[in-house]
Design a protein around this ligand. Structure first.
Ligand code: ZN
Length: 250
């Protein structure tokens, strides 16, 4: 079957759907100026990722990680949501979309007005930090001064454990709770809408297939072809902001 290819087809699919789950990847945030970490010019072509085991085992690596975090070297935070994020927020506010599963760590869905409890973050969040032992949340602003002025690597104010930005690093296990919630959402939707993911990274890329096999329609909006275009009911190789602001309910 040749997948549908027009914006009006997508608008109709959204209109007919009762429970939409939105799945977003780097492509929705590149339109906010955040580089795709895997692309040429992206974060990992400029600096080597710090693996979780290095962060935990080596104070010098922790220092390097915090220097990156506080200088914004990765470019993940500080950007503004774009038309794509706002259109997704409208889909959620209208009750059409029940959850937003994201591979991004930039907090832009919450910044655009999606209630935090509707956002399922598969790779965590770079806009705050968490204790690796007791999970107490720490704000970056609170940790920044003592690191930059006194060179102190952050420790947990509650238990003294290691504090790390709330992202899932290379070498770190996928978080079980968001994974379970994403699976539940994928199985409960009748339209699974992928925005800006090349759907290469597993296990995250398994969710569209899970939804599709469970009877949901699958729509993909991404500038480049994806691994799952052949399975989709609709594919648009276009800019997300332009497409979504046209098809999201006013
Ligand atoms: Zn702690």
């Amino acid at each position: 079957m040749v997948p549908a290819m027009s914006r009006s087809d997508l608008a109709r699919m959204i209109d007919e759907a009762r429970r939409v789950v939105v799945f977003t990847g780097a492509g929705i945030s590149t339109e906010s100026g955040i580089p795709d970490f895997r692309s040429p010019g992206g974060v990992w072509s400029r600096m080597k990722p710090i693996y979780f085991q290095e962060f935990v085992g080596d104070p010098a690596k922790r220092r390097e990680a915090w220097t990156r975090a506080f200088t914004g070297a990765a470019g993940w935070v500080g950007a503004q949501p774009n038309a794509g994020h706002y259109a997704v927020a409208k889909l959620v506010a209208s009750g059409k979309a029940v959850a937003v599963i994201t591979q991004n760590v930039d907090n832009l869905h919450q910044d655009s007005g999606v209630p935090p409890e509707r956002v399922i973050e598969l790779h965590g969040n770079a806009s705050y930090a968490k204790c690796l032992d007791c999970e107490e949340r720490h704000e970056l602003a609170e940790l920044k001064d003592s690191f930059l002025k006194a060179g102190e690597i952050p420790y947990c104010r509650c238990c003294g454990g290691l504090v790390k930005t709330a992202t899932i690093s290379f070498g770190q296990a996928m978080p079980p709770e968001p994974m379970a919630r994403a699976q539940e959402a994928a199985l409960a939707c009748d339209l699974f809408l992928v925005l800006g993911s090349s759907l290469v990274v597993y296990p995250a890329a398994g969710f569209p297939l899970l939804a599709k096999r469970n009877g949901a329609a699958l729509a993909i909006v991404n500038r480049e072809p994806t691994e799952l275009d052949g399975y989709a009911d609709l594919v648009l190789h276009e800019e997300i902001g332009a497409v979504m602001s046209e098809v999201a309910p006013a």
